[in-house]
Design a protein around this ligand. Structure first.
Ligand code: MN
Length: 256
């Protein structure tokens, strides 16, 4: 069993060290992580500049290959030449903050796992709901329990992609686990306009919106109950239900 660990908060983040500790003993560990915090970079790949890799250690002492790129860059180069051996599973995190509902489209944590999934490898993304690393050990114990259960039942032939959100609670490992669907958020708060010291107007992307669809069954709902949310994700963005209507409106045979 080989486990590839990545994240989006960067190799110095406490969350990736906690994830490495959580994986200890489950298999051989490879860690490939971004040099800098790359939260919110989604599935971006660096195509217009080269990437460099240097060896370092995460806070737990595990060796890490550090890439000056995005989370997807890390997993991509790991799987296409930086690692000598293909991993059996890719795990990402533990992220500093929730990745629920619409967040998943922007998340580098989910993207790192998704890159593994796109290469046909089972993958899990782990996030702590509240920023600040409170109760990180409990989150790591939760990760460990989930991974042990997933691995004990054997990895299926078809890859999967699980998005796991963990409440910042000391009793997180004992909380109920719910398999959920993604909720939806309200639109983000307005952009924040400021003036920099040189008098230029600058803008900060505003904070994410509050939960809008947080009905029972969603990730938001499970987390509101203090439970662990596990959402199976797929990558196919096709709106299958809308295809017939669009076909009726826009399809035509070639002219002539
Ligand atoms: Mn992050």
């Amino acid at each position: 069993m080989r486990i590839l660990i990545a994240n989006d908060d960067g190799y110095l983040a406490p969350g990736i060290a906690a994830l490495a500790r959580a994986c200890e003993g489950l298999g051989a560990i490879d860690i490939v992580a971004p040099e800098q915090n790359a939260s919110g970079t989604s599935n971006a790949l660096s195509l217009t500049r080269p990437l460099s890799v240097f060896e370092a250690r995460v806070a737990s002492g595990h060796a890490v290959k550090v890439v000056n790129g995005t989370p997807s860059d890390c997993v991509h180069v790991a799987l296409t030449g930086v690692l000598p051996t293909r991993p059996d599973i890719v795990v990402s995190g533990i992220n500093n903050g929730a990745n629920m509902g619409d967040d998943t489209h922007y998340s580098g944590t989910v993207a790192a796992a998704m890159e593994g999934f796109l290469f046909g490898i089972p993958a899990l993304a782990f996030s702590q709901v509240d920023k600040g690393w409170r109760e990180l050990d409990a989150a790591a114990a939760t990760v460990r329990a989930i991974l042990e259960q997933v691995l004990a039942e054997g990895l299926p032939r078809a890859p999967f992609l699980l998005n796991v959100n963990i409440p910042n609670r000391a009793d997180a490992p004992d909380r109920a686990r719910r398999v959920t669907r993604l909720g939806r958020r309200h639109p983000s708060a307005p952009v924040v306009r400021q003036t920099n010291p040189r008098g230029d107007v600058i803008y900060w992307i505003g904070p994410a919106g509050e939960a809008r669809d947080a009905q029972e069954g969603t990730d938001f709902h499970a987390i509101a109950q203090g439970e662990v949310s596990i959402t199976p994700l797929q990558v196919d963005l096709t709106d299958h239900a809308a295809r017939p209507a669009w076909a009726a409106r826009l399809e035509r045979a070639a002219a002539g």
